[in-house]
Design a protein around this ligand. Sequence first.
Ligand code: G3H
Ligand code: 13P
Ligand code: ZN
Length: 306
Amino acid sequence: MPLVTGSSILDAARAGGYGVGAFNTNNMEITQAILEAAEATRSPVLVAVSEGGLKYGGKTLIDMVIGMGREATVPVCLHLDHGSSFESCLRTIRMGFTSVMIDKSHEDEATNIAETKRVVEAAHAVGVTVEAEIGRLGGVEEHVVVAEEDAILTKPEEAERFMAGSGADYLAIAIGTSHGANKGKGRPYIDHKRIREIAALLPNPLVMHGASGVPAELVARLNAAGGDLKDASGIHEDDVREAVKHGIAKINTDTDLRLAMTVAVREVLGAKPKEFDPRKILGPARDLMRQVIEERMHVFGSAGQG
Ligand code: G3H
Ligand code: 13P
Ligand code: ZN
């Protein structure tokens, strides 16, 4: 079936009280893992490509993802992750992306609203939906002074103003998560009260970036196979489940796939020094990524919704 917009997947998720994964891809094996997991669990899915991914794989990567996505029997959206400019969004829309993120969260509120609005007008004119972001992604300690927390995390009244002014379709909010494999000491603190307050003001799907679980078992396997990943920590599954209950509808995962791929490649190369068939090296990596994605689709609640 043709690729669908982000809103067509995410509006249903927010209304239905479940979350849908946006998984980052950079190559064929990752894309296969994402789409095979979506088919196996009957999940709608967003396949995300960052500007770095686009630079790495070029238009060839995008044409391949579109071709593979169209073969799927569950709803698939092709999403630009962290688009940095109007030009970048336009360029990817022209390539066939059905959802774009314009990330001007580092700018002041007025600039973020104006730049996002510009993208929204262009994207909506050609049937593409838009994610925007406010707040600063980053870990916070539980019970820090509210003023300090507010400097980083998304303020509910600002979120309301921002969506009214920009017309964006779904909103990434800062609630204590951060990108990468080191999300804080112990179990990162997630500000669930803040999610509830934002969701009470906005009917739009809310987006959780930096949501990888960084499973301890994968980290242990990585290090046992010669990797060196210290102080690793991710978002607890229960925090993701609770966030979904309160209005998070799109959950971004990249780090867990990077981890799974590297674990499997290291394990094969370590166990089979004579192996040099790329399919025997990347095949197990694809299988492990698929397993990780399927597990997450069950946690998000998207399984059975596609
Ligand atoms: O949020 C960032 C994503 O993990 C993409 O990372 O820009 O290195 O492709 P990247
Ligand atoms: P992770 O680094 O937690 O996987 O987050 C990815 C992300 O937010 C992509 O936009
Ligand atoms: Zn992100």
